[in-house]
Design a protein around this ligand. Structure first.
Ligand code: CA
Length: 200
């Protein structure tokens, strides 16, 4: 069989395999909240107030999810639910993806960022906005990891301006490796790769 013919027959499969999940190591611990709120923290500033707990998600029997009840809203950044991770786990330049499931008991919207853990809190490659409603939705935000000159990075859900109660579950930061297609096939352009809308 001609190589070209073989290539053409394999092309659809090659495109489907475009984004291949790779092992980045475990960046987010306890992302499924099966171990309560271990690893997670809630920062309340300037009078903003929230209560974080773990409760049955309702999605599956005995599945636990984080439940953050916003009591006193302020600006988004005044209530930060998130997790700190070692900077070395997020390799600069690497294609990554943040995924999580979320719902809001009232429809609301909040920023999601991956930033340096300490001032001046520079971006590590991701700033996105999650629009949530009463039903669980899965969000996928691809990004390219930026260099971190600090020992830690932080994933933060900025919930200060959110209404009511927000639920989060299955939070992961995973690597994606772009597959180079060669041998007469198309050359893929990384520059065209941008975050898409959340997958519902
Ligand atoms: Ca869970």
């Amino acid at each position: 069989m001609e190589i070209r013919v073989l290539w053409n027959s394999l092309m659809p499969c090659a495109l489907l395999a475009l984004l291949v999940q790779t092992a980045l190591g475990q960046i987010i611990v306890n992302g499924d909240f099966s171990d309560g709120l271990r690893g997670w923290s809630l920062s309340q500033q300037e009078g903003a107030k929230a209560e974080a707990s773990v409760a049955e998600s309702g999605a599956q029997t005995a599945d636990q999810a984080a439940r953050i009840q916003i009591v006193i809203p302020k600006q988004p950044q005044r209530l930060q639910f998130g997790q700190k991770f070692e900077a070395a786990k997020l390799e600069p330049g690497k294609q990554c993806e943040l995924t999580f499931r979320a719902r809001g008991e009232e429809p609301t919207s909040f920023p999601v960022l991956i930033i340096k853990a300490a001032a001046p809190y520079g971006s590590l490659g991701l700033r996105a906005q999650a629009n949530v409603g009463p039903e669980w939705q899965t969000f996928r935000f691809p990004f390219r990891a930026a260099a971190n000159d600090q020992p830690f990075g932080r994933l933060v859900f900025m919930l200060g301006q959110s209404k009511g109660t927000v639920w989060l579950d299955d939070v992961r930061i995973q690597g994606h490796e772009r597959v180079a297609l060669k041998g007469g096939g198309p050359v893929l352009d990384d520059a065209a790769w941008r975050p898409g809308p959340p997958v519902r």
